[in-house]
Each structure stands twice: as structure tokens, then as C-alpha cells.
Design a protein around this ligand. Sequence first.
Ligand SMILES: C[S@@+](CC[C@H](N)C(=O)[O-])C[C@H]1O[C@@H](n2cnc3c(N)ncnc32)[C@H](O)[C@@H]1O
Length: 237
Amino acid sequence: MRDQLFDNQIDIADFRFDANVVKVFDDMVRRSVPGYDSMIQMIGLIARMYGQENTNYYDLGSSTGAISLSIALNNMHNNNQFFAIDNSEDMVNQCKKNLNNKVNNLHAICADINDINIQNASIVVLNLTLQFIGVELRSNLIKKIYDGLNPGGVLIISEKIHFENKQIQNQITKLHMDFKRENGYSELEIANKRQAIENVLITETKEEHLKRLRDCGFTDSSCFFQCLNFVSFLSVK
Ligand SMILES: C[S@@+](CC[C@H](N)C(=O)[O-])C[C@H]1O[C@@H](n2cnc3c(N)ncnc32)[C@H](O)[C@@H]1O
């Protein structure tokens, strides 16, 4: 269904991943995040390369299940359990509907990713999710993931970022707005969505992400994808 959530002049409440967003999520994310389909494809290929037999794969902030599906379709290993975790019940229900009969050993669970256990993992993905976690909680979450990964396992993070350099920040922001216009969003929709998401999506710089990953134990991290202000990091334990 086409995303028209922000196309009228209303009082804007903070953005929430509720039933209305679930209905339009797949359209919204593709028209808002440059390179979203490439992220999904590359994460599948990374899972194919780094997945291990008899281990758990975690999709944290799984929304409608695109990452879990990509990982499952690319999986070359045996005896893996797929954990798709989201704290929006509407998202979890949609994920179950989408992946039913497509992913074996799927556990789609409604939970806060700050509260879950990560164990015997070879693949953990935070695709556009860490940005919705309070900045003060991010290190604990990354440390927990590091501890739950087996040697040779990987954490993949995709995030919207900002740039310290004001000129670059302005250039890239303008290009991102052009990307949204090109995809059919009006000025009003862009402004309303920006206002709604301002307090809930907290960006950091690429350097802040890489430093946190180092501080949490990942000595081997790289940026494998960037399109405008969206980047993906691969960290190997
Ligand atoms: C932008 S979406 C992620 C997109 C998805 N990973 C994909 O690639 O299609 C962010 C998701 O994170 C979930 N989320 C936010 N905070 C969370 C938390 N503390 N625990 C679990 N899920 C959370 C939201 O409900 C939402 O579905």
C-alpha cells in the first residue's frame, strides 16, 4: 500500500511503528532510504559467507521481515535458527504473515532488543534499527551482541548518519530530499515526516559508530555500503 501517512496538515505526534505504518512500511522504506534494496541484497550475501552450521541468526528490529527472508534465502548452512525480533506487535504479526512457509526454523518474537539474550550467534543484523535505540543504551546492546557471537561471526549495522562538516551535511541532506521528491513525496509530506521522526531517530557520525564498535570489542569493522546519508558496517568477531 502507498505511504500517504503524512500528506495532510495535522498535529504531528512522534513517529511510531504502529498498524498504520505497518500497512505502508515496505513502500515507505523504499521511497525514503536510498539503497535499501542493495542493503538487503548485500546482507544476504554476507550471511551466505559468514553463516555457520548449528548457530543462531538474529534480525533485530525485523519490521516486516525483509532481512530475515534475504538471510534465509542465501543460507548455505544447516541447522540454523532464525530470530526476527521487534517490539511492535503489528510488525511481528506482519513478519509472520510474510515469512510463513518461506523461512524454516523462524522465531518471530515481540520483544525489546535491549532485553533479549543473544547466544551461539554467527549472524546478527541491526538494519536501520540502532538509530531508534537511546544513545545511552547503544554500547550495552553492541557489547551484548559481541559476547553472544561465536568467533568468526558477524554483526551488520545499517544506519542513517550525519556529518560533522556542515557543508557536507547540507549537500547530502538536499540530495536526500531530492531523492524523496523524485519518489513522489510532496514538500508537506517530507516536512511532516521529518518533524515526526526528529525525536525518535537519533543519528550519529560514521566515526562515532566505528569507535563504539571498537570500544565494544570489534577490532575488525568496515563500511561496506554507503548511499548519501545511509551506511552499512560489517564487523567480524
Ligand atoms: C526502520 S525499521 C527496521 C527495518 C528492517 N530492519 C528492515 O530492514 O526492513 C526499525 C524497526 O525497529 C523496531 N524497534 C525499534 N526499537 C526497538 C526495540 N527497542 N526493540 C525491538 N525493536 C525495535 C521498530 O518497531 C521497527 O520495526
